[in-house]
Ligand binder design. Sequence first.
Ligand code: NDP
Ligand code: OXD
Length: 311
Amino acid sequence: MNGRPVFLFNSTAERAAVFREAFARDLPDLIFADDAAAVDPDDVRYLITWKIPADLDRYRRLEVIFSIGAGVDQFDGAGLPAGIAVVRMVEDGIVRMMQEYVALSVLALHRDWPAYAVQQSEAVWRPLPAVQAGARRIGFLGLGMLAQAAMDRLAPFGFALAGWSRSPRTIAGVETFHGAAQLAGFLARTDILVCLLPLTAETRGLLNAEFFARLPQGAALVQAGRGPQLDTAALLSALDRGHLSAAVLDVTDPEPLPADHPLWRHPKVVITPHVASVTQPQTAAHAVIDNIRRHRDGQPMIGLVDRARGY
Ligand code: NDP
Ligand code: OXD
């Protein structure tokens, strides 16, 4: 132990280069390390990583684990020592990219893009009935950082916006629902459903056959939360019966999706490989440095995870 606290970085070399420079400039008293073997484990106070390393118990004086992403479901929260704070990534780059992805997907579904792609593959020139934005009801599962940011982008189009959360929320211009008792009412008024929920014991498998049955005929799905929230067989059945019209999936279970999976070739499904939103190192380094300063000053960190709640 040499006494100087270490910030241990466990992600790509490209991100490490950006973080190293920012830490040298803004937190010079911390040692920035991206090689775990080169530091004394007793000096490590902060760790940033996507997955928890198998040898975490080496770091007996670790105080904070930062997720390199916005989600923390990849950490086995239950297995972490109680005294360690867990912080998810809250940074402008993630927010901006999710705004783009959700706006792109909702507009594509609103304007029947998947159906026109099928028509194009069959050389069919046939206008479909157009619904005006004010008559299109968009519903968000989750009313957190990303959902609210995405709504900000969609609001100027005039869509009818609603969202469902665990606890009651009041958001200007948004019809809000919460809790299990209000889920059915929320789904019944939703034409395009956007899932931006964290993966927890409560949300795993939530999007199942019974859930889809509560959506109106012809509704569509954007799934940008986590793959295990979705019952894929139930989705395929709802699409094949025509109850759902289309789905845009950024997350699947498993990831990557196996080459022979029926989702890949389904004409009503658009798949992207978990790229809706990606941590941007410049803005992320700034956010982590700000949080370390907060932690040192005894201030609450932005994105601190409630470990009992799971997000
Ligand atoms: P937040 O923690 O800010 O918001 C989560 C929202 O989900 C809150 O509104 C919360 O309710 C709600 N929620 C949680 N559990 C339940 C439940 N059981 N029933 C109803 N509502 C619930 O998260 P973010 O917006 O930052 O991120 C959401 C998720 O997006 C991440 O956890 C991750 O899984 C996913 N993500 C996906 C990415 C991608 O590229 N596809 C990139 C980044 C994130 P309440 O308001 O009451 O707390
Ligand atoms: C994240 C993600 O959680 O990329 O940031 O899914």
